[in-house]
Design a protein around this ligand. Structure first.
Ligand code: ZN
Length: 296
């Protein structure tokens, strides 16, 4: 089946036509997020992007098997409304109905982008075959998802999972969500920048890859925080495998190795578990959203 996957982010709306049998993207496009223009402008761009891709492949809208849309926010349990998507400034925003009006003849689903990336890694990436697995995406924000009993876990009451809003320091800095000391404050780009304010996160990540001494110190402090967040997940779920994705995971082996060592040291369990870099990269949201029809 050919399905459309759309990944709405605070900077770009990315869309792709995906062969759901193998996760390959046949055609893709990206447009800037229309900041400050209201939600209808966003849905119009989603619509225009998918239809442009269909035309590029000489496909008719009727040939499209599914449209999946991922966004960085919490959805209502019935997946019709965005409760909060802080980066998009959507709060209590209807999402299912306006998209259904634009794709009236195609099955449609809206999901959290961390869940979409988790589905992509589980179907085609480093979480393939795992019964119990965790994905953390380390970018400007921190998101992720859980595989429990071989399936995406959508939350006990259907609200999803929000690893970026777990409390790492109960007396920590205030977070945009209104709570204090959330994981996102220490394990996202903000946390990395705090350790070396004179450099951009990208410069820090490049320094870590090169192995320069000062960046290694930053990595040491950053992985103190990240491993503490992960060890709480490990002690709660005992997952087989943890994948780290998002822009910060581009730091590569130094990040993965130091994090894995610290998680092992801090974990209550002595069991060996894999901590690996996510493999689907920037395509995870598009591919996961497109194949989500099979796992929701
Ligand atoms: Zn928070």
């Amino acid at each position: 089946m050919i399905a459309a996957g759309v990944d709405i982010g605070g900077s770009f709306i990315k869309a792709g036509l995906v062969d759901t049998a193998n996760g390959r993207i046949k055609a893709r496009c990206s447009v800037p997020f229309p900041k400050g223009q209201g939600e209808e402008a966003v849905w119009d761009l989603v619509d225009a992007s998918v239809k442009k891709l269909l035309r590029s492949q000489k496909m008719d809208p009727a040939d499209l098997g599914f449209v999946g849309v991922a966004l960085p926010g919490t959805l209502s349990p019935d997946k019709t409304t965005v409760i909060h998507a802080y980066n998009l400034n959507f709060h209590g925003t209807l999402v299912y109905r306006p998209l259904q009006e634009r794709f009236p003849h195609t099955p449609l689903a809206v999901m959290n982008d961390g869940d979409a990336a988790t589905v992509a890694e589980h179907q085609f990436g480093v979480l393939k075959g795992a019964r119990t697995a965790v994905l953390l995406t380390l970018g400007t924000g921190v998101g992720g998802g859980l595989i429990l009993n071989g399936k995406l876990f959508g939350g006990g009451l259907g609200n999803g999972v929000e690893p970026g809003h777990m409390t790492l320091r109960y007396d920590g800095e205030p977070h945009i969500c209104g709570n204090n000391g959330c994981v996102e404050m220490y394990c996202g780009a903000h946390g990395l920048a705090t350790e070396k304010p004179e450099a951009t996160p990208r410069e820090i990540i490049e320094g870590i890859r090169r192995g320069d001494a000062e960046s290694e110190k930053v990595l040491d402090r950053y992985t103190d925080a990240l491993s503490s967040a992960l060890v709480s997940i490990v002690n709660l779920l005992d997952p087989e495998v943890i994948a780290l994705g998002g822009g910060i995971s581009n730091a590569g082996a130094p990040l993965i190795d130091m994090t894995a060592r610290k998680v092992r040291e801090k974990s209550f369990f002595v069991a060996e578990r894999r901590i690996v870099r996510a493999s689907m990269g920037n395509d995870a949201g598009i591919v996961g959203a497109a194949v989500a029809g099979d796992c929701l």
